[in-house]
Design a protein around this ligand. Structure first.
Ligand code: PLP
Length: 216
């Protein structure tokens, strides 16, 4: 846990920007510590991990690819699903939310780098997908999410974030700023670039919690 860095980030983030502390592969104790230091939203990319670490006093966002058979487990716990990437998934969220009378805030994930290995809808598919999801009663489509390209080429990252921002503004003009609120963009290595391109929600893991140990 990098306390000084967290403080620095909390001080540098503009007031309109929401910080999601990505706690995947980190322990409950580390999450409690981050909460004491002012983090209140935690992002997990696996349903099982969210279940294991769930604490009702904190706010939890699902940020990873979600399988339909896991939706019923995540729906009672999550305050937002940021990784909505197919209509079949949207329908399953609708169904499970209807059962427990919950309206789920969701973000549409866009595969902005057009990487075949990444999830998300393509940029040109996003407007009609957003419209389709908005018709589902138990979904509240509140914006867009993307993962930037994994590269050191800043121009390439900038290009992706610019396109994402343009799409966000277009949809915001269509649906209104009060409804279409969030552009979730920027991770530890690229959040400064994302903030320059209109991001208002950053998802930071390693810069706060330290490197994840994938061999644990
Ligand atoms: C892991 C993850 C993050 C955080 O990544 P860091 O590089 O550790 O900041 C953000 N968003 C998603 C979707 C992730 O899976």
């Amino acid at each position: 846990m990098n306390k000084d860095k967290l403080k620095e980030i909390q001080n540098e983030l503009p007031e309109n920007v929401t910080l999601v502390a990505v706690s995947k592969m980190h322990t409950k104790e580390e999450i409690d510590e981050a909460h004491k230091l002012g983090c209140c939203i935690f992002g997990e990319n696996k349903v099982q991990e969210m279940k294991d670490k769930y604490n009702p006093d904190y706010t939890w966002h699902m940020i990873g690819h979600l399988q339909r058979n896991k939706v019923k487990d995540v729906v009672p716990l999550a305050s937002m699903i940021q990784s909505l990437d197919s209509y079949r998934l949207a329908q399953e969220i609708e169904k499970q939310c209807a059962k427990i009378n919950k309206v789920m805030p969701v973000l549409i994930e866009v595969n902005i780098s057009r990487d075949p290995g990444k999830t998300g809808v393509l940029l040109e598919e996003a407007p009609s997908f957003v419209k389709q999801c908005m018709r589902l009663e138990h979904l509240d489509v509140q914006g867009l999410m993307c993962v930037g390209p994994l590269t050191d080429d800043e121009d390439k990252i900038e290009g992706c974030f610019e396109r994402m921002h343009a799409l966000f503004i277009k949809l915001q003009n269509e649906y209104g700023e009060d409804k279409f609120k969030y552009l979730s963009m920027g991770m530890s290595d690229d959040y400064h670039i994302a903030l320059r391109h209109g991001s208002n929600m950053v998802r930071l893991g390693s810069v706060i919690f330290g490197k994840r140990n994938y061999n644990k």
